[in-house]
Design a protein around this ligand. Sequence first.
Ligand SMILES: [Zn+2]
Ligand SMILES: [Zn+2]
Length: 139
Amino acid sequence: MSGRQRGHCLCGAVTIEAVLSDEISGCHCDNCTRWSGGIQFGIEATDLTVTGPVKTHRSSRLAERAWCDICGSALWFRYVEGHDAGYHEVMPGLFPNAGGARLTRIVYADRAPDGYALAGDHARITRAEYESENPHLEA
Ligand SMILES: [Zn+2]
Ligand SMILES: [Zn+2]
């Protein structure tokens, strides 16, 4: 299922309504791994309506990450500068059944920890491949 959906954080103080894509991407880059504690998943989202106590952190020159100031749930990753400015990914787990989306790709796939890797039929994009397509990124 895709289209406009409603989700919330762990404590319920933050609600998000957004139009979600039907594809989930995962990322094993260092920033995502530190932020999420493991692999970070995201769904591209547009037309967001957000209520509640949101905090943001500028995690790189180009992007910010947001969380609920009460319970700490990760909410989104968003480019705030550069040619992808405005691109917004929300965390699938905020929405029932992960918004009905499915995992379609893993980026920085070669940076996964030695101890685990996701099985499944999805694209696996290496750091070198990703950064050659996105030369504006910085680590
Ligand atoms: Zn919360
Ligand atoms: Zn990442």
